[in-house]
Ligand binder design. Structure first.
Ligand code: S3P
Length: 450
């Protein structure tokens, strides 16, 4: 969990060019799903490359609380002895999902069609986030949720004793909502159907199919229609988790803005529902190339090479691309600050309900660093100051949000004056080796209290 210890401020300043190879951790989205589906299969699922960040470890503990046997073998190798669809048992205590919206929303889906009650809680960030987007569709299966005002955590979900299958059109572009409905549909009879207007990350669909569920996706004029047959027997799998493109974004973007840098980030998953940032950076004129393009475990992958790019230009990021790069807007806004001209980011209302209000967190921090930012409910614009043009020199609030903390530490590597984040501990939720990995590339961090 994050946010339960003392804050640890961390400062970042301009120093050496970034050079070398950055081996980023496993994909967070895929890691959560591997543990959850492993727990719902009959027998032993073997996982390598699991992200051992706090978010995923919390999901592992939750699966154990529901009856699965979850074992770490060290170095990202795990095994999960699943109990089968229909096999979960009522947990003894409260399920604490820490900082993880993905963890809690997927887990709510997974238990919604079981005849017992589960109580969920999290840290201050998670307990402030909207949950009705998940509990509303789960109510259609017959589950009942009682939470705090606005449906927030702590929340108790009483699962449906006699679940019915559901047809549901997601009102917001959210893979978490889609996945919660699909996971609930596993233990309901008949066909559960989810419709989404904009394509969101499709790891749940791919992995469900890999575990032997009958699931299909039809692409129609109205969007994607995903149909899942309930009550399958899931077959255990061997899963090699690809490296996380959302974590790769940090060394890639830092290399683009730090003079003289040349960084290779090997073996990154480039699922088209996740790769929007890299496309955007290339449109901005970034020197970013894909080497050794290949397929790994059914997902496209490549080695990314990023070099210092002093001539990047601001662009309008197409709103239809937002879902494929939703977690990358904080670090994109940092790159935009070092480009020439305005970067316009419309159609991103979802950023306001992430681990923090990411538009506000970045806008305030960037302004404190001397950058002009305009923002509205679902859009924001950053006026670039060119390579080396950002003053920096501020302390910014991480707001219990790993990606805000990492984005500003990257900014400090290229700004005229150092940048301090007030608390770097949330980084452990998704990228526990960030400080060491960036330091090995040449970044200069200092802990003012050490
Ligand atoms: C995720 C979906 C996205 C993303 C989150 C991970 C997932 O959230 O922001 O970091 O693994 O399904 P939304 O579904 O709320 O867009």
């Amino acid at each position: 969990m994050s946010g339960h210890g003392d804050p640890v401020p961390l400062s970042s300043r301009k120093g050496n060019p970034l050079r070398g190879e950055a081996h980023v951790p496993g994909d967070k989205s895929i890691s959560h799903r591997a543990l959850i589906l492993g727990a719902m299969a009959v027998g032993e699922t073997k996982i390598t490359g699991l992200l051992e960040g706090q978010d995923v470890l919390d999901t592992g503990r939750a699966m154990a609380a529901l009856g699965a046997d979850v074992v770490s073998h060290g170095g990202g190798a795990w095994s999960v002895h699943g109990v089968g669809v229909g096999g979960f048992s009522e947990p003894d205590g409260v399920i604490d999902c820490g900082n993880s919206g993905t963890g809690v929303r997927l887990l709510m889906g997974a238990v919604a069609t079981y005849p017992f009650a589960t109580t969920f809680t999290g840290d201050a960030s998670l307990n402030g986030r909207p949950m009705a987007r998940v509990t509303d569709p789960l109510a259609l299966f017959g589950a009942q949720a009682v939470g705090r005002s606005g449906g927030r955590l702590p929340l108790t979900l009483v699962g449906a004793a006699d679940p019915v299958p559901v047809r549901y059109a997601t009102p917001v572009p959210s893979a978490q909502v889609k996945s919660a409905v699909l996971l609930a549909g596993l233990n309901a009879p008949g066909e559960t159907v989810v419709m989404e207007r904009e394509a969101t990350r499709d790891h749940s669909e791919r992995m469900l199919s890999g575990f032997g569920a009958t699931i299909s996706t039809d692409v129609t004029d109205e969007g994607r229609v995903i149909t899942l047959q309930g009550r399958p027997e899931l077959t255990p799998q061997t899963i090699a988790v690809p490296r996380d493109p959302s974590s790769a974004a940090f060394p890639v973007c830092a290399a683009l803005i730090v003079e003289g840098s040349d960084v290779l980030v090997p073996n990154i998953g480039l699922n088209p529902t996740r790769a929007g940032l890299f496309e955007t950076l290339r449109e901005m004129g970034a020197d970013l190339t894909y080497e050794n393009e290949r397929e790994e475990g059914g997902e496209p992958a490549a080695d990314l090479r990023a070099r210092f790019s002093p001539d990047m230009k601001g662009i309008r990021v197409p709103p239809e691309r937002a879902a494929s790069m939703i977690d990358e807007y904080p670090i994109l806004s940092v790159v935009a600050a070092f480009a020439e001209g305005v970067t316009d980011m419309p159609g991103v209302a979802e950023l306001r309900v992430k681990e923090s209000d990411r538009i506000d967190a970045m806008a305030q921090g960037l302004r404190a660093c001397g950058v002009t930012v305009e923002d509205g409910e679902d859009w924001w614009k950053v006026t670039g100051m060119g390579a080396g043009g950002v003053p920096g020199g501020a302390t910014v609030a991480a707001r219990l949000d790993h990606r805000i903390a990492m984005a500003f530490l990257c900014l400090g590597m290229a700004s005229a004056k150092p940048v301090m984040v007030d608390d770097a501990t949330p980084i452990a939720t998704s990228f526990p080796i960030f400080e060491r990995l960036m330091g090995d590339l040449g970044a200069t961090f200092t802990r003012p209290n050490a």
